[in-house]
Design a protein around this ligand. Structure first.
Ligand code: MN
Length: 237
């Protein structure tokens, strides 16, 4: 079983990988359900992802209260806590503001897998609009009520876009949540490029399903993780 110490390092590494791939920048965060207590999750203190070390990882209960820690947490941690409450199958959550993904949350053009590695995002990606139930806000998910509303929109999927803000990506483990976040961005970039050129031929639902069996196999995941770790600046963590 993964120890808390190992989990803290994994979360720090995931932060560094997402920063290296420009999925997160000064903002964005990634969390993991506590390996020994499903009622808690691990998330860095308020810090840019490129700088996160294992020592920066805090513990929270699923209502996002810090456990014996008075360091400053991220304001948007309800994105994480609400997803863990709604989805017992979810063990990792990424929130990011990937620039390429934003256009699909503010237009009526849905993001859809058009490349095999984009399969993990699913055939229909919902868009959550904070204004629907909360009116004019600063766009941030700062309350559990807002987090629950976002989790409801996510449903049983892996991805929900957040209108004018970013997205949330969940997974059964940290590696899958990170991989889907990276390839959501790749798919968005390619879809924008392809749409300029003409009618886009997307993957069929069956093609998506079949490729996901490959994408999330241990062989594929281990190879990808090794690659992304090598590229990332782990800075001795
Ligand atoms: Mn945000």
């Amino acid at each position: 079983m993964t120890t808390v110490e190992e989990a803290r390092r994994q979360v720090a590494v995931a932060n560094r990988i997402l920063a290296r791939e420009d999925v997160v920048d000064a903002y964005g965060h990634v969390s993991m359900r506590h390996p020994g207590d499903p009622g808690r999750f691990l998330l860095a203190r308020s810090l840019s992802p490129a700088l996160v070390t294992p020592a920066d990882i805090m513990e929270f209960d699923l209502d996002c209260n810090p456990i014996d820690d008075d360091r400053r947490p991220y304001g948007e941690r309800p994105i994480h806590g609400a997803a863990y409450q709604a989805r017992p199958d979810v063990n990792a959550v990424v929130h990011n503001h990937s620039h390429a993904v934003i256009p699909f949350g503010v237009t009526d053009t849905p993001i859809r897998p058009l490349v095999h590695v984009g399969s993990g995002i699913g055939p229909e990606v919902p868009v959550w609009d904070i204004a629907d139930n909360f009116g004019d806000t600063n766009m941030l998910v700062l309350t559990m009520e807002q987090g629950h509303d976002l989790a409801k929109c996510l449903g049983s999927g892996r991805v929900a876009l957040m209108r004018g803000h970013g997205c949330v990506v969940v997974g059964p483990n940290l590696k899958e949540a990170v991989m889907v976040s990276i390839y959501l961005q790749v798919n968005a970039q390619l879809q924008i490029a392809a749409m300029r050129m003409g009618e886009v031929k997307y993957l069929s639902p069956e093609e998506e399903r079949l490729y996901q069996e490959i994408q999330f196999s241990p062989l594929s995941m281990d190879r990808a993780w090794e690659y992304f770790e090598e590229r990332a600046d782990l800075g001795g963590i």
